[in-house]
Design a protein. Structure first.
Length: 278
């Protein structure tokens, strides 16, 4: 069982609920779409799935159909009772919590988890970045986000969408676009197109773990904060000519030209006082 558009509208009306624009709520109301997402997530019996922003449970029910053990997180206290009635009978655990403030270690415990979620547009980028930084138990993700956000998460050096968050994702994981989702499958219908992103955590970060992460992402943030400028200008106060040379990074390059490995070399060279490899 999953929820059709008439069923989503009926549940909202019967329970006196309206999608919250402030929370970026757009409920998937198409059984084919949620089953497609569950299929692309490649989960089944024996898998532990965490869903964020479960809403009325349309995707939740499709995930439960696979035989996976599903935990659904929802912050909206108006939606939670409806969600519980729909999904707890099929074995789903519902947690009322704000995913941005959740104690993930306490919730997930040990082992490996898969995140599958239709993420609200207003929290998608910081939430994915935070989970990559702080929650290693989540070994892979399939998230539905605004198309522009999806392109940034999956971008590689040289892409128009490549930015600081692209470097963050590449540091921890490998990300690819897994498909588009039309606005017509949502209630209410959003004004933007959505896309699915598959994110698979690396066994070890892409950059040598001896490189200080705060220094690395500080450089990335400074560089992309003035992305139209050459690195020798945007990073001039942080990186010496000697460090650029030691890292084999052209100071006349722009930030979108550097992949995560080049950013890592630059951070290492700064730490070494521009004497990397000497």
């Amino acid at each position: 069982m999953t929820l059709s558009r008439p069923e989503v509208r009926r549940l909202l009306e019967e329970n006196g609920l309206r999608p919250s624009r402030a929370r970026g709520q757009n409920f998937v109301a198409d059984p084919n779409t949620v089953r497609r997402i569950a299929r692309l997530a490649a989960v089944g019996p024996g898998d532990r799935v965490i869903e964020i922003g479960a809403g009325l449970g349309s995707l939740t029910l499709a995930l439960a159909e696979t035989g996976a053990r599903v935990t659904a997180v929802e912050v909206d206290r108006g939606l939670v009772p409806v969600l519980r009635r729909l999904v707890e009978p099929v074995g789903v655990t519902v947690v009322e919590a704000d995913a941005m403030r959740l104690d993930w270690d306490a919730l997930l415990g040990g082992g490996r988890w898969v995140l599958v979620a239709n993420l609200p547009y207003n929290v998608a980028t910081p939430l994915v970045a935070d989970l990559l930084d702080r929650v290693p138990a989540i070994s892979r993700m399939l998230v539905m986000v605004q198309r522009e956000v999806a392109e940034r998460l999956a971008a590689v050096a040289g892409d128009d969408a490549y930015g600081a968050v692209s470097v963050k994702v590449a540091y921890w994981a490998r990300a690819t676009l897994a498909g588009l989702v039309p606005a017509s499958v949502f209630v209410p219908v959003p004004k933007v197109e959505s896309a699915l992103v598959r994110i698979e955590r690396r066994d070890v970060p892409a950059v040598d773990p001896d490189v200080d992460r705060e220094r690395l992402f500080g450089l990335v943030s400074a560089g992309f904060g003035q992305r139209r400028k050459m690195l020798r200008r945007s990073l001039g106060a942080l990186v010496t000519p000697e460090a650029f040379a030691a890292a084999a990074v052209d100071p006349q390059a722009r930030p979108e030209e550097l992949d995560v490995l080049a950013w890592g070399r630059l951070a290492a060279a700064v730490a070494a006082g521009g004497e990397l490899g000497s």
